[in-house]
Design a protein around this ligand. Structure first.
Ligand SMILES: NC(=O)c1ccc[n+]([C@@H]2O[C@H](COP(=O)([O-])OP(=O)(O)OC[C@H]3O[C@@H](n4cnc5c(N)ncnc54)[C@H](OP(=O)(O)O)[C@@H]3O)[C@@H](O)[C@H]2O)c1
Length: 282
């Protein structure tokens, strides 16, 4: 991975930090995209100390804000003229409905819209660095259908439903990207990291928090959870493979709805509209 430039979002915690460390150990230059300066600096030092790789750059962005994502991309383009690997790892699971500064429901905004916008805005630089890879950290938790009226949980909010819908949407967007980028030298894949002990449930409260704590005792380590992301970013075995879902470093089946190209196209247009991008962007 020497000479490779990688962005890992949400790299100050959990699977993202372990992914950045794994890639740092392989010699890559890594940009850790974090929203908080001090948490980011702490992770940066930890990754440098543990890997011995000094090429770890911290850049700040709040992925719940489209303006912040756009600002990040502008700053990135000023600093770098290549990008080989983009890992859209950051994600949230919330117990309540919150709106972002853009007025979008927060789980959908961070888990689906942010990877959509960030990947689209970085396409030019990825194309100039081909072969390049986009890797989306999804989940095996995927809703069976996409109800477009409930995409942002406007009628009611259920934590699990909002999360599983946002992850099914991310898989749909991954496959649509792969179709649109076919032949460009950019591959796009997604994955389930496995049940992993991280901070993902930090917003839970009361009895749910209590039970989650017990269940998470049986979860795997973040290092184990990062293995498929590191594999998809670095392995020659997946060179040229695109539009697939992986679990445990192996191709796996995602929910039937994620293969519906009509739904994918409609979702793409909704995301393009919500982010003020031209829907033919790729
Ligand atoms: N843990 C599991 O069992 C599991 C299973 C399936 C899928 N996943 C997926 O794995 C990915 C990583 O999650 P994790 O389990 O490692 O959880 P985590 O420890 O909570 O890490 C999530 C990361 O996302 C960042 N993030 C959240 N909101 C952000 C924002 N607005 N802007 C920028 N960064 C933001 C967090 O930063 P802060 O620390 O600043 O909040 C943190 O670095 C997620 O996409 C999650 O859905 C996890």
């Amino acid at each position: 991975m020497k000479e490779k430039i990688c962005i890992v979002t949400g790299a100050n915690s959990g699977i993202g930090k372990a992914t950045a460390l794994g890639l740092a150990q392989l010699g890559a230059h890594i940009i850790i995209l974090c929203r908080d300066k001090s948490r980011g600096e702490e992770a940066q030092s930890e990754i440098i100390n543990e890997s011995g790789n000094e090429s770890i750059d911290l850049m700040l962005a709040d992925l719940s804000s489209q303006q912040s994502i756009r600002q990040f991309v502008l700053e990135y383009q000023k600093k770098y003229n290549k990008l080989h690997i983009l890992i859209n790892n950051a994600g949230v699971n919330l117990s309540k409905r919150y709106k972002t500064v853009d007025g979008v429901e927060r789980v959908f905004a961070i888990n689906t819209l942010a990877p959509f916008l960030l990947s689209n805005l970085l396409l030019k630089i990825l194309k100039n660095s081909k072969p390049a890879r986009i890797i989306n950290v999804a989940s095996s938790v995927q809703s069976k259908s996409i109800n477009f009226d409930q995409l942002q949980s406007k009628k009611y909010f259920r934590s699990w439903k909002a999360y599983s819908r946002s992850k099914a949407a991310l898989v749909l967007i991954t496959y649509e990207f792969a179709r649109r980028l076919n032949g460009t030298g950019i591959t796009v894949n997604c994955l389930h990291p496995g049940f992993t002990k991280t901070n993902i449930t930090r917003n839970y409260k009361g009895i749910i928090k209590f039970f989650t704590k017990i269940i998470f005792r049986f979860a795997q380590s973040p290092e184990k959870g990062a293995e498929t992301s590191v594999y998809l970013a670095s392995s020659p075995e997946v060179e040229g493979i695109s539009g697939k879902f992986f679990i445990n470093k192996k191709e796996a089946k995602s929910k039937d709805i994620t293969h519906d190209t009509y739904v994918a196209k409609k979702l793409w247009d909704v995301c393009a509209n919500l982010t003020n991008l031209n829907s033919n962007i790729t």
